[in-house]
Design a binder for this molecule. Structure first.
Ligand code: ADP
Length: 273
């Protein structure tokens, strides 16, 4: 199962991805988490991304694409993954499509969590309060100004992916305003249907192929012999019909007689002329 979760910051992608990870036993690949880890470890990528992220802007496509390309090569991602926060731009989606095509893999669905923008600030404020209560470090971009920029970046750069995946017949949308359990149930239904759809397709495919080959063959044999049917049938009949010996001899004798008569006539005519 290879999934993408799409939606603005605070729509619940992280929460749903974690749930899906447990259910399908495939890793959640969150570019936000990977970048935050890089920032914390002060790797070259982290140093490059730190200020961009704190402002609520998007890290350059090539940086994120390289991270994801590396990550999906890991053994734990072999059986599938949930991409959370990637792709975030159309060029990223195109890069992902190329990566998967190179490996002969395909996406199962891009699930969009639809939410009213008005609720995002509330949700982020709630997340900040919960993190504070747990004594965790607050994200550098979980403040009103950065959030405004993140939502703006979503609208401008990420929302076009909704029509991108719709065109590629991979988009499944659900109401992200519902409770966590309800959203989970809706995703399960989507994936259940996607799974059933895939199963139906798989079941149809092998049945179809031989049928198609058969009917193509039938069409060829039906088309050809129709013209050739009579002579072939007649020829075969003659060949297989045992010729009575006596009748055969008689026919040969008749032919010899007829030849002699013709020769005599020709000689006569020659002498006359
Ligand atoms: P959220 O979805 O809550 O905004 P994320 O944890 O997914 O947060 O991402 C946090 C930040 O990391 C983004 O605002 C952006 O700066 C950076 N980032 C994450 N994923 C990408 C990506 N695919 N492309 C560019 N930047 C990204």
């Amino acid at each position: 199962m290879r999934l993408i979760l799409l939606g603005p910051p605070g729509c619940g992608k992280g929460t749903q991805s974690q749930r899906l990870t447990e259910k399908y036993e495939i890793p959640q690949l969150s570019t936000g988490d990977m970048l935050r880890a890089a920032v914390k470890a002060e790797t070259p990528i982290g140093l490059k991304a730190r200020d961009i992220m704190a402002r609520g802007e998007l890290v350059p496509d090539d940086v994120v694409v390289a991270i994801v390309a590396d990550r999906i090569e890991q053994p734990d991602a072999r059986n599938g993954f949930i991409l959370d926060g990637f792709p975030r731009t159309v060029p990223q989606a195109e890069a992902l499509a190329r990566m998967l095509a190179d490996k002969g893999l395909r996406l199962d669905a891009a699930i969009e969590l639809k939410v009213d923008e008005g609720i995002l600030h509330e949700r982020i404020a709630k997340r900040v309060a919960e993190m504070k209560a747990r004594g965790e470090t607050i994200r550098a971009d979980d403040n009103p100004e950065a959030l405004e920029k993140r939502v703006h970046a979503y609208r401008l750069q990420t929302a076009p992916l909704v029509s991108y995946y719709s065109k590629h017949k991979l988009l499944r949308s659900t109401d992200g305003m519902a409770s966590i359990e309800e959203v989970s149930a809706a995703i399960d239904r989507i994936l259940g249907n996607a799974g059933k759809g895939a199963q139906r397709k798989a079941a149809r495919k092998p049945a179809r192929r031989p049928k198609a080959r058969k009917s193509a063959m039938a069409a060829r044999t039906a088309a050809k012999p129709r013209k050739a049917a009579k002579p072939r049938k007649a020829g075969r009949k003659r060949a297989s019909k045992p010729v009575p010996k006596a009748a055969g001899r008689r026919t040969a004798a008749r032919r010899r007689g007829a030849r002699k008569i013709r020769a005599k006539r020709v000689n006569k005519a020659g002498r006359r002329g």
